[in-house]
Design a protein around this ligand. Structure first.
Ligand SMILES: Cc1cc2nc3c(=O)[nH]c(=O)nc-3n(C[C@H](O)[C@H](O)[C@H](O)COP(=O)(O)O)c2cc1C
Length: 244
């Protein structure tokens, strides 16, 4: 019997749609201040979460869960963990770097209306997942893809998102009742903001510079920047000021 398969024709993006996608990518920021008092409408929050849920995942394992948090006591316990971890991580560097690090605003846990913990559950759909046997981390990478989708969708909706990784995973597990095998991957703060900075805050503060595109691309082998079979793209990357 002939099996009929309907294949959806590749849909082209209009130039306006393409512009929209690149705008979201380039204007996305990690946000930890400038949250307004406006609450995120549940319809918008659902849309953003659905964008995350449509990320690629190894073997279609969809190993993520999203824990929505607004309880102020929960937030206060997470903030306490942040303060502790920030202080202990500051011991790893010396002044003047240490004071500079301590002066940065690196979370918006209490100011943002919604906190969201994105978790990784390696047990979903059982132990065998296509593509995860040789590289077990592929499960975690999938969760990061979901987080990036979420980040871009949030930006598109005018919702700021800040990722807080200066936290104890043990505290997160305890406070959020996570089963032992579930890993908290990201703790995110979400809310409408009155501005998105044009550059990363850490770039503006002179902490680290953005690298040029040419500094991060190799051809054929590690550290080969001059390979002759890639001459044209090398010229484009070197000469176009957008990629400096
Ligand atoms: C995995 C991950 C963890 C991060 N953790 C923190 C954090 O704890 N606190 C913070 O202020 N920003 C955190 N950030 C945000 C980065 O500092 C930020 O993405 C980077 O400086 C570039 O800025 P941009 O996101 O605005 O482009 C984190 C980002 C990622 C991807």
């Amino acid at each position: 019997m002939k099996v009929e398969r309907k294949v959806k024709m590749a849909e082209e993006f209009t130039s306006e749609e393409k512009t929209g996608l690149y705008k979201a990518i380039h204007s996305r920021r990690d946000v930890r201040s400038h949250f307004t008092s406006r609450l995120i409408e549940d319809e918008i929050l659902s849309k953003i979460l659905n964008a995350a849920h449509h990320a690629p995942s190894v073997g279609f394992s969809q190993p993520w869960n999203f824990i929505l948090i607004k309880d102020s006591q929960t937030k206060a316990r997470i903030k306490e963990s942040f303060e502790k971890e920030k202080e202990s991580s500051s011991q790893l560097i010396e002044d003047p770097k240490r004071s500079k690090y301590l002066s940065f605003k690196l979370e918006g846990i209490l100011e943002s209306p919604v906190n969201l913990c994105v978790t990784y559950d390696p047990s979903k759909f059982g132990p065998f997942v296509i593509g995860r046997s040789s590289i077990p981390e592929a499960g975690l990478y999938s969760v990061c893809c979901a987080i990036q989708n979420l980040w871009l969708a949030a930006r598109t909706e005018g919702v700021g998102l800040g990722w807080v990784s200066i936290l104890s995973n043990d505290v997160l597990k305890e406070v959020l009742n996570l089963p032992n095998h579930v890993i908290p991957v990201a703790y995110l703060c979400l809310g409408y903001v009155d501005e998105f900075a044009t550059k990363p805050d850490l770039e503006t503060a002179g902490w680290l510079p953005r690298l040029g595109l040419k500094d991060v691309i190799f051809f054929e082998k590690w550290e080969d920047k001059e390979n002759l079979s890639w001459k044209n793209i090398q010229n484009i990357i070197k000469t176009n000021p957008d990629y400096a």
